[in-house]
Design a protein around this ligand. Structure first.
Ligand SMILES: Nc1ncnc2c1ncn2[C@@H]1O[C@H](COP(=O)(O)OP(=O)(O)O)[C@@H](O)[C@H]1O
Ligand SMILES: [Mg+2]
Length: 251
């Protein structure tokens, strides 16, 4: 069942911590942003959510656990997604905590990892997440690819979300075919026992036909979206969402 838009805000506000560890430090709550596919707006939404949470007065740190399609820089491999998220956050952290696995080719991470002799370790990702969480109220995490995108021979992005114990926000890129992708993803999120925090309707295709009918179909099955992002003009900045309540409360 979709939470009401305010519920996400409230949960971040009232109980930013999931629990107290034995030494008294606490683990902040966060969100795992997944999508119906690659290129559907996960980074746009995760950055907007980060900015909104920052504007709402929270200390926010970000994480892109696994990235491919990175660029070689003087500092090493850098993911544009990770850098975009970092730019939106107000808590800084070592790049290697934010993006522990970063690969050059724009291919599935599990293939990129295999080719470079790296084994992606969910336990290491959890350890980095905990380190990040120790410095912030909220950790906004962006997956790579879609919900079942493989990250190892056996594990998928979904397993990382479960390892991090985070509620999941599903970004639906509104284009032909998104109904099937959205419903499959939603079904799998529930089947795997993850906490479905809600979905975002992202207008990635300004020419999409029957947009209202498609939206109505999704609302009927997934509930009201947390937000609806209109098609952005080419080169336009993503939405500035300074007011979490206003954004998450849109219908
Ligand atoms: N609402 C939108 N309107 C127009 N373009 C968008 C919209 N949302 C995302 N995009 C563009 O689509 C591309 C993919 O978005 P991105 O957030 O990087 O997707 P993902 O993180 O899922 O791969 C980017 O170029 C982004 O600027
Ligand atoms: Mg992205």
């Amino acid at each position: 069942m979709t939470k009401s838009p305010g519920a996400i805000l409230d949960s971040a506000q009232r109980s930013p911590r999931r629990g107290e560890s034995q030494d008294g430090t606490s683990t902040p709550k966060g969100f795992f942003v997944t999508g119906t596919d690659t290129g559907v707006g996960k980074t746009v939404v995760a950055a907007a959510l980060t900015r909104a949470l920052v504007a709402g007065g929270r200390r926010v740190v970000v994480m892109k656990p696994v990235a491919s399609g990175a660029e070689q820089t003087a500092e090493g491999l850098r993911s544009a997604d990770a850098l975009a998220l970092i730019a939106a956050a107000n808590v800084s952290a070592p790049y290697e905590w934010v993006n522990p696995y970063c690969f050059l080719p724009a291919i599935s991470p599990h293939i990129a990892a295999h080719e470079s002799g790296v084994v992606i370790d969910p336990a290491l990702i959890r350890a980095r997440f905990d380190a990040l969480a120790g410095h912030a109220d909220v950790v906004v995490v962006e997956g790579a690819g879609g919900w079942l995108a493989p990250v190892t021979e056996s594990a998928a992005m979904a397993d990382l979300a479960l390892t991090l114990e985070l509620p999941v926000i599903l970004v639906v890129g509104l284009r032909l075919g998104c109904l099937n992708h959205a419903l499959l993803t939603h079904e799998s999120i529930l089947a795997r026992g993850a906490d479905f925090a809600g979905w975002v309707a992202n207008g990635i295709d300004p020419a999409m036909e029957r947009l209202p009918e498609n939206l109505a179909t999704l609302v009927h099955r997934l509930g009201q979206p947390l937000a609806r992002i209109p098609p952005l003009a080419p080169g336009a900045r993503p939405p500035e969402l300074g007011d979490v309540a206003a954004w998450l409360g849109r219908d």
